[in-house]
Write a protein that binds this ligand. Sequence first.
Ligand SMILES: Cc1ncc(COP(=O)(O)O)c(C=O)c1O
Length: 394
Amino acid sequence: MLPARENFLIMLEARLKQQLQARKDAQAYRSRFIVDGPQGVELQCEGHKYLNFCSNDYLGLASHPAITRAFVEAANTYGVGSGAAHLVNGHSREHHALEEELAAFTGRERALLFSTGYMANMGVISALCAKGDLVLEDKLNHASLIDGALLSRADFQRFTHNDVEHAQQRLQKSSAELKLVVVDGIFSMDGDLAPLDKLSALCKKQHASLMVDDAHALACAGASGRGSCEIFNLTRDDVPILVGTLGKAFGTFGAFVAGSETLIESLIQFARTYVYTTALPPAVAAATRASLRLVQEENWRREKLTSNIRLFREQSAREGWALLPSESAIQPLILGDEAKALEVSKKLRERGIWVSAIRPPTVPKGSARLRITLSAAHEQTHILRLLEALRESL
Ligand SMILES: Cc1ncc(COP(=O)(O)O)c(C=O)c1O
């Protein structure tokens, strides 16, 4: 008989091996590739060069020289590490200036930086809601929004994707005093827009608050990059809690929440993922300030992205491929079966094109897909090469 501790470790290893095998059997096993060099249209990976159609660098800013320069200059001034949490002594002038600029950009009273979007979503929902409250989310919301609701211990309910009537029924049935409706502005795996105009009207009617995670829309959607609120012409009264991430179209890293003075002060006091974590490196904040300037000055990036999206959709429709109703940089091609999605992704890679296969549990069973993402940095010739490779691989 083994001693109890060793026994436990053997049992744990056995259980983990079983879970890993089950994941392999379901064609859902995930692995990493090692990238050498910057994010861009061309990606260097494990000795090969690929045309990149799966990063979230929608405006082509992740390796922009002016942003890199701002990063290096700030690192020379501040060093690398922020040293502590914002509430200890990690809150630098670069962080503070970025918060003020993001508040102005989004037209909100204040903004607050978080170290990642995952932490922002977990922190906001769990700080604002508690047992007895209702958190109502779209079924296709990002994992961080779901985890935030679970962490809050509120009554957590979901409504059918983009089904405002279903959301209304759920709100009407709830007797909770505080109701928070939470949606992605643009859905991360489907690329479609939430019906924010209808949801904000519903929330007003039902005395609920609306929180929008605009990770895939801010900077790259809306004529001036102000995201899904701009598309629907919605104000801060319509969407009082706005989350943005900085690691996607802004091309850097981190996230922020924008809203009223009271909201932001409450998050500073009560959002545990804000209070109990190290602040972003100040150089990342400085780089994001440079990025925010480009986002506001260079409309051509959004225009080029829009024309790339149009070209891809028109040509795909001609091929008879069933694209989802997405006008965004995210253009998924549903293949259904996990094995099929992996096979097509591999064939594309053999043709020098990188598009990742997205499988359950990230997306619902039976909807494994290629998540094709377009960028302002793509030229028409790149998109034509992607279309050609898809023709040969599907
Ligand atoms: C909609 C959405 N929200 C939040 C996040 C998390 O942001 P971050 O990568 O900064 O943690 C992501 C993806 O990463 C996302 O797609």
